[in-house]
Design a protein around this ligand. Structure first.
Ligand SMILES: Cc1cc2nc3c(=O)[nH]c(=O)nc-3n(C[C@H](O)[C@H](O)[C@H](O)COP(=O)(O)OP(=O)(O)OC[C@H]3O[C@@H](n4cnc5c(N)ncnc54)[C@H](O)[C@@H]3O)c2cc1C
Length: 345
């Protein structure tokens, strides 16, 4: 997403783009509520996409088996008619109540979104990048070392170094190769955790001489005032060499921590948001919590529970967003107006 400052008004802002948030977009969409979704990750799917994309899930009703990535793909297809706006690679950092009763969410990229309803679907918390143990790295962060790609153009014409062996490292290697002046991928071994087709494509680019790949790790950074000029790489044989690099993207995995939501002034119970089971609203009116982030008697941290929570939340959100409109309960099988919204009628 662009790092340009944006100010947006919508019906509902969802924090988190995990499976529960995605299905909530569907339920809100059926009620004509527009959503904006913010996630610190650069793709939808939360834990399904980040922690177990290739593992099969066996307890999604009606789907005997589907992988984490497969479920996210299907949810994205299901919500397509509703045109939800995603703000990826942005962390929701503050929540503020406006004098007109609405809420304003601000992200670390400067985006601010105002809405009468905020839905926190932050799961186990924000995925936070692991910082590699390289001396002085903090001096370069946000200037020439980045843990996520917000704007690809920023890397045009640069000598880009990417480190890591997972999907993020491989995806960004493939995406940035055509626009970078040079691109070097380093990983501590010649084996990857990323999707095989991405690994194959990367190896093709290496064979064509378009990018470089080294089994190596970054030992030292060289530059001044946050502007990286080169790094010292160390190969498997412990030999060291200097490599020109003015942008470095380390993708060394993510840890989950609650992050800024802890300071939103909500009533937290062991880092979870207590909600009622009628609307899944927190003790702060207009702020809802669904999925793994919430707690109530009998809560099960399952995707299917989150789907149910999203459906009930949407009914309550409608009443806040459209207080003068009557909510009619309808089935998708028999309602021509719902089918029209879904583009199937
Ligand atoms: C290995 C494994 C296997 C599992 N298998 C199953 C299974 O078989 N069946 C099942 O039902 N469940 C399973 N689960 C649990 C399931 O994945 C979770 O219940 C589900 O992902 C919860 O979805 P969610 O949308 O609530 O949150 P998450 O998937 O956790 O998504 C939350 C998102 O919010 C984002 N976020 C948080 N804070 C912020 C912030 N401040 N700003 C921006 N973004 C933020 C995070 O980056 C994340 O992407 C499994 C979990 C694991 C780890």
């Amino acid at each position: 997403m662009s790092s340009d400052v944006q100010s947006i008004e919508t019906d509902v802002v969802i924090i988190g783009a995990g499976p529960v948030a995605l299905f909530a977009v569907f339920e809100l969409g059926l009620l004509d509520l527009k959503t904006h979704i913010v996630d610190i990750l650069d793709r939808p799917g939360g834990q399904c996409a980040e922690l177990y994309p290739e593992k099969p899930i066996y307890d999604i009703p009606g789907i005997p088996t589907v992988t984490g990535a497969g479920l996210v793909e299907k949810l994205m297809e299901q919500i397509k008619p509703f045109g939800a706006q995603f703000h990826f690679a942005e962390m929701a950092t503050s929540l503020e109540k406006l004098s007109d009763g609405r809420w304003k969410i601000t992200t670390d990229a400067g985006t601010s979104i105002t809405a009468p309803v905020i839905v926190i679907a932050a799961g186990g918390g924000s995925f936070t990048p692991k910082r590699p143990p390289i001396a002085g790295i903090e001096n370069y962060e946000g200037k020439s070392i980045f843990y996520a790609v917000r704007k690809m153009e920023q890397f045009r014409g640069k000598d880009v170094l990417i480190a890591g062996g997972g999907d993020s490292a491989l995806d960004w290697t493939l995406n940035l190769a055509p626009i970078a002046k040079s691109l070097t991928l380093v990983h501590h071994r010649d084996g990857f955790r990323a999707a095989q087709h991405s690994v194959n494509q990367m190896r093709e680019l290496v064979a064509e001489g378009k990018i470089q790949f080294h089994v190596a790790s970054v030992k030292e950074l060289h530059g001044a005032d946050g502007a990286l000029e080169a790094v010292t790489l160390q190969g498997a044989d412990k030999k060291e060499w200097r490599q020109t690099a003015n942008a470095f993207l380390p993708f060394f995995g993510l840890t989950m921590k609650l992050g800024p939501i802890a300071d939103f002034g909500l009533n937290l119970n062991e880092n979870l948001i207590a909600v009622d089971t009628e609307k899944f609203q927190s003790q702060t009116p207009g702020i809802f919590a669904i999925g793994d982030i919430n707690t109530y008697p009998g809560k099960l941290k399952l995707i299917l529970s989150g789907f149910h929570e999203g459906a009930l939340m949407a009914q309550a959100a409608f009443k806040i967003c459209k207080p003068n409109e009557k909510l009619r309960f309808q089935y998708t099988t028999s309602s021509s107006s719902l089918q029209k919204k879904l583009g199937v009628g």
